[in-house]
Ligand binder design. Structure first.
Ligand SMILES: C[S@@+](CC[C@H](N)C(=O)[O-])C[C@H]1O[C@@H](n2cnc3c(N)ncnc32)[C@H](O)[C@@H]1O
Length: 261
């Protein structure tokens, strides 16, 4: 089975990660405390989960969202009108915008996917004008901050290698500090953001991970026996016993911000 991320279903992604993304995004935006009327670039905007928050909270002049996945972009375009947000297919490694053309560039839950994170950060710094902000947040992958870390643990224990991000280390606080400083950004600061999400039931949690971009492709192919065995191990790993009702999980992201001089 191919072990690659499949960001091809914006609606399923929203239930899987969009909910988490918005919870972290809320604290992240409070921390950035940006002025109104800015022009924003959302790098790896995906299905627009965070783009919508910029629109709702920051009174932007315009938001540009870029992502390599057409499936994600198609969903994003249903979320915001073109007068507020324009979405186009592009890669963080080569942003299709001129120098100094943005007031802020953000990269929510993306930096570990970028083939060369230093190039991605340099690109954000290039397109943001002096005085503007370059910022990101990412699940702390090496520190087990990823909300579905338990699913990956059980996959591994079952002998299945789920897809790996190209650069998980780029989500470490010290690495983020280095990347931002290395791109010539000033006033660089980092912080952790811990969040919690309640799933209504294990059955609903299972449906959500089936639609996710990594483990879902393996879980959907399970026989009923394999599914039962996997679910038992996953319940143990989550520490939720036989509960049929709601349960809460926590996750931790690292965030970084810097200013263009
Ligand atoms: C976990 S999702 C995050 C989406 C959105 N930013 C959010 O907060 O929900 C990661 C996104 O990064 C995109 N991505 C992967 N590699 C990328 C790259 N090299 N440049 C830009 N985006 C990339 C994927 O297509 C996917 O939509």
């Amino acid at each position: 089975m191919p072990a690659e991320f499949r960001f091809d279903d914006g609606a399923a992604y929203d239930r899987y990660m969009g909910v988490w993304s918005r919870t972290v995004g809320s604290s992240f935006l409070e921390w950035l405390a940006p002025p109104k009327g800015w022009t924003w670039l959302d790098v790896g905007c995906g299905n627009g989960a965070f783009t919508r928050m910029i629109a709702e909270r920051c009174a932007p002049a315009m938001i540009h969202g870029i992502d390599p996945s057409e499936g994600q972009l198609a969903f994003a375009r249903t979320q915001l009108p073109p007068a507020i947000a324009r979405f186009e297919k592009a890669d963080a490694m080569a942003l299709p915008f001129g120098d100094d053309s943005m007031d802020a560039a953000v990269m929510p839950l993306v930096i570990f996917f970028v083939p060369d994170p230093a190039v991605g950060v340099a690109e954000m710094a290039r397109v943001v004008r002096a005085g503007g902000i370059v910022a990101a947040y990412a699940w702390d992958m090496p520190g087990r901050g990823f909300p579905y870390a338990a699913v990956n643990d059980v996959l591994r224990a079952t002998g299945i290698q789920s897809p790996k991000e190209a650069n998980p280390d780029a989500s470490r606080l010290d690495r983020m500090q280095e990347l931002w400083t290395g791109a010539g950004l000033h006033d660089v600061e980092t912080r952790e953001i811990t969040v919690e999400r309640t799933y209504p039931s294990f059955d609903e949690y299972w449906e959500i991970i089936l639609g996710g971009p990594s483990a879902g492709q393996f879980l959907r192919a399970f026989s009923p026996e394999e599914r039962e065995r996997f679910q038992k191990l996953l319940r143990e790993r989550l520490g939720i016993g036989d509960t049929r009702g709601p349960f809460a999980l926590s996750a931790r992201a690292n965030a970084v911000r810097g200013r263009v001089k």
